[in-house]
Design a protein around this ligand. Structure first.
Ligand SMILES: Cc1cc2nc3c(=O)[nH]c(=O)nc-3n(C[C@H](O)[C@H](O)[C@H](O)COP(=O)(O)OP(=O)(O)OC[C@H]3O[C@@H](n4cnc5c(N)ncnc54)[C@H](O)[C@@H]3O)c2cc1C
Length: 406
């Protein structure tokens, strides 16, 4: 009889437990919180975006992208989706993102806990693991007032993002002790703080195109909805650039985001503004801008151009016209920080993938130790990609230990 320990009752730990439980294996999940899957309940604004229709390397970030492709192989994704079908979760697909049809993350929480219990996985809550030792082939795990001995151990403690849900980075400490290398975690999918914050645009949500420049060089582009805040910028479109920005700030790089507030104009804006203002000679510049911008943005654009709202576009010099167009298309903000781990949905960084066998998630350094979920150096964009990593890596480790690598 194999005794298998899993530290962490998050999405990756639960799936690993379900797949590892075979025959007379004893599987124990140790979770520090009073209930498992605390973070899962917050995902997708409580609706849980658990898969996507489209996968590719460009949806993920890691220092070892070659290994990422092997983890997100179409076979692995298909197997993980089959598992959710088996659990009876009916998806509702919106813009490619899978949500449970109930629109409730609790549907997925309940399905995973029920399946773990049905298979006989023991979930022991209020169990904070404080130390792990390996002696010969066994792992000795110490909780506050009790110890366990396991033949195999799965680390599923999450990253250091949103630590109030239980993931406070302890997994990195355990792995360092086992001489694993950690790519320094930085916050990702996180709101950004800008230099000279613009309080007046707080609360505006608008569709934009963002271009990111690092030390003056273009590095990435994103389109979608931005949320403007009293301290900076946020929203999905911003989030999808934050792994680069956060890493860049960590490396002391200069990070500038250029916001295009008029992405619907595909040609240079000047001819369009020219025609529009000719058609409406009665409208001053303020009125013109109000035709397509959120009203809170109009004085901000005008201020940056150094123009009054009462002037007429036709009366501007060519230089001033260019300035208006440039400001609308390329409103640059300098990023000076992020809101930090407590506000980040995930971390960029984690245990180096080259030190893990990507077929089984077993450590190449410590036989019998498995590392899964957000603890590994692999994070994804918004869109269900991070949970997908948890389902797949949990499934791979569980199957490998449970002895069913089909
Ligand atoms: C607000 C928010 C929204 C999100 N929305 C989405 C989304 O819609 N789609 C998506 O794909 N991803 C989303 N994510 C990311 C996703 O939730 C995480 O990637 C995922 O939860 C990571 O799972 P995990 O199992 O690796 O770790 P976690 O979910 O962090 O679970 C780790 C568990 O280990 C326990 N633990 C840690 N240390 C110890 C210890 N020493 N002893 C005992 N137990 C311990 C913790 O208490 C925790 O329960 C979101 C994240 C946040 C914060």
């Amino acid at each position: 009889m194999k005794k298998i320990g899993i530290i962490g009752g998050g999405p990756s730990g639960l799936v690993a437990g379900i797949f590892a439980k075979k025959d007379d294996n004893e599987v124990i999940i140790l979770e520090r919180n009073s209930k498992p899957l605390k973070k899962l309940l917050m995902t997708g604004n409580g609706k849980c975006n658990y898969f996507n229709e489209v996968y590719g390397n460009d949806c993920y970030y890691s220092e070892d992208m070659g290994i990422v492709s092997s983890i997100i192989s179409s076979n692995n994704i298909e197997k993980a989706k089959e598992f959710f079908d088996f659990l009876g979760i009916v998806p509702k697909i919106k813009n490619g993102c899978y949500y449970p049809f109930s629109n409730q993350a609790s549907t997925i929480q309940k399905a995973l806990v029920d399946e773990a219990e049905r298979k006989g996985v023991k979930i022991i809550c209020n169990s904070l693991v404080t130390d792990i030792q390996k002696k010969k082939k066994s792992f000795f795990v110490t909780c506050t007032d009790v110890s366990y001995k396991f033949d195999k151990l799965i680390l599923a403690t999450g990253s250091v993002a949103y630590s109030k849900t239980g993931s406070d980075g302890m997994g990195y400490t355990f792995l360092k002790k086992f001489s694993h290398s950690i790519v320094e975690p930085v916050p990702a999918l996180v709101p950004l703080i800008i230099q000279n914050p613009i309080k007046e645009w707080d609360g505006v949500r608008t569709d934009v195109e963002l271009e990111l420049f690092e030390d003056g060089h273009f590095v990435a582009r994103e389109t979608g909805e931005i949320q403007l805040t009293s301290y900076g910028i946020s929203g999905i479109c911003t989030f999808n650039l934050t792994h680069i920005i956060s890493r860049g700030l960590f490396l002391k790089r200069n990070e500038v985001v250029k916001i295009n507030f008029v992405p619907f104009i595909k040609t240079l804006i000047s001819p369009w503004m020219h025609q529009y203002s000719k058609r409406h000679p009665e409208k001053n510049l303020g009125n013109l801008l109000e035709g397509f911008l959120n009203y809170k943005l109009v004085p901000i654009i005008l201020k940056r151009c150094g123009l009054s709202r009462n002037v007429y576009y036709q009366a501007l010099t060519n230089e001033e016209k260019l300035m208006v167009c440039k400001t609308l298309r390329s409103f640059d903000v300098s990023v000076c920080g992020t809101k930090g781990f407590d506000f980040s949905q995930v971390c960029n960084g984690g245990v180096k993938l080259s030190e893990i066998n990507a077929k089984t998630m077993e450590s190449k350094k410590i036989p019998g130790l498995y590392v899964i979920g957000e603890l590994i150096d692999m994070n994804g964009k918004c869109g269900g990609y991070n949970l997908t990593t948890c389902w797949i890596t949990g499934m791979l480790a569980g199957k490998s230990i449970g002895g069913s690598n089909d």
